[in-house]
Design a protein around this ligand. Structure first.
Ligand code: PLP
Length: 418
């Protein structure tokens, strides 16, 4: 073995990609919830909803069991389904698209901007038809998209919009907005802000993920929130989410504990995707720690930025004059390398204990979407963005020494390819 390899071997660390950061505080709160006798949706879930709404500057939050469920219920609340079209970036995780498909809507993929993971807003405008009901923007890596542009696009296309008829909640939302609805997939973006507005108060409807790999976790979990809609009571919207997430049952388990209140009705054969108080217990204590966790992520990103800027490697920019992301993912793109070389680099990093990832392989490359007729050839910018991309480990379990280790090893491995 060459001496340089020996040194690598001696100092080898194992850097996981994205382990959950759970402290004794979350563990104690979960134990309390378990001892309390109330383990399903109850006081802790309601408290987490109240605190998340305060954090996102919105009137109400609904906690659910995933972001996928949250996005699906957002569509259902807005009356989106069969016969409708929903515009989704080709460059995202499958849940962004599948939630619309679960509702019976048709997904229309749009390519990214050149050298940018954000949707091409001119292409969004071209994709809008009389059937379009929503556009979903994905705040990838926790960086909030250019919603000013997106709102301008849907305003410009107002003449094409055909609101659902009738007086159901979804129809009234569509009629009041009078334009294509703007949805945010904020699975990565809790705590991010842009022009002084928090993720959650920017899009018409937003979903968050609290899955184990995200910044803020309840093991599995998610939430919905929305901007106030003139003439529509937030309590009505909130109640409809409760119905959708709990079998269409007119009373939840907590309400049924009132004296003599055994009777309930079922008003729709709906879904089951509520959050439990055990999950909410994790979330309550995560939320106490979250501002500090975000600060730590920002420190790590500053170190990665210095490394990438020194090497001439492209990376996501997580903060600037008018925005601050949630620093969720650190995407790097090595100029000029092929997919094959990228795969080789990932293996070399893994051999040194640095576990990386790729966010994302564009959806038109996945079997399910290929079978629907989508072809990656029609999304050249998304493919080019993916081809040379490597996501570095970024999380709050990384010590300063771990970060140094990632920086040194990434530099050593990558240097000869640039
Ligand atoms: C994780 C993720 C989701 C899905 O979140 P779940 O809580 O697992 O349903 C959706 N969109 C994006 C962009 C994600 O990264």
């Amino acid at each position: 073995m060459a001496s340089a390899d020996k040194i690598v071997e001696m100092n080898k660390r194992n850097i996981p990609f994205s382990p959950p950061d759970i402290s004794e505080l979350e563990i104690a709160e979960v134990a309390e919830a378990l001892r309390s006798g109330w383990i399903t949706t109850g006081p802790r879930t309601k408290e987490l909803e109240r605190r998340l709404a305060e954090y996102c500057h919105t009137s109400k939050v609904v906690c659910l069991n995933s972001a996928t469920a949250a996005e699906e219920l957002n569509f259902r609340i807005c009356g989106i389904g069969e016969g409708d079209e929903v515009i989704v970036p080709a460059y995202t995780y499958t849940a962004t698209a599948s939630a619309a498909i679960h509702c019976g809507a048709k997904v229309i993929f749009v390519d990214s901007q050149k050298d940018n993971c954000e949707m091409d807003y001119d292409k969004v405008a071209e994709a809008i038809t009389e059937k379009t009901k929503a556009v979903v923007a994905v705040d990838l890596g926790g960086i909030i998209c250019d919603y000013d542009k997106l709102y301008a696009v849907v305003e410009n296309k107002k003449a094409l919009f055909r609101a659902k008829e009738g007086d159901s909640l979804g129809a009234r939302i569509q009629q009041t907005k009078g334009r294509v609805l703007v949805f945010a997939d904020c699975a990565h973006a809790l705590g991010a802000s842009r022009h002084g507005k928090m993720a959650g108060e920017i899009a018409d409807f937003t979903d968050f993920s609290f899955h184990a790999v995200k910044n803020f976790t309840t093991a599995e979990g998610g939430a919905s929130t929305w901007r106030d809609i003139e003439g529509i009571d937030n309590d009505e919207i909130y109640h409809q989410y409760q119905l959708y997430s709990l079998h269409g049952q007119s009373k939840d388990a907590l309400a049924k504990t009132q004296i003599g209140a055994w009777e309930y009705d079922v008003i729709g054969p709906w879904y089951k995707c509520n959050m439990t108080d055990i999950m909410a217990a994790i979330g309550l204590r995560q939320l106490d720690r979250y501002p500090g966790m975000l600060e730590r992520r920002k420190e790590i990103v500053a170190k990665y930025d210095a490394m990438c800027d020194g090497l001439g490697i492209n990376h996501l920019v997580h903060s600037g004059e008018n925005f601050n992301s949630s620093h969720h993912l650190y995407l790097t793109r090595i100029p000029g390398i092929s997919d094959e070389t990228r795969r080789e680099i990932i293996i070399k990093l893994a051999e040194r204990g640095v576990n990386t990832n790729v966010h994302y392989k564009p959806l038109p490359m996945m079997t399910a979407y290929k079978e629907m007729g989508w072809d990656i050839k029609d999304f050249p910018n998304a493919y080019a963005y993916y081809e040379n991309l490597i996501t570095l480990p970024l999380h709050t379990k990384l010590s300063d020494e771990d970060v140094e280790y990632v920086v040194e090893n990434f530099r050593e491995v990558v240097e000869k390819y640039i």
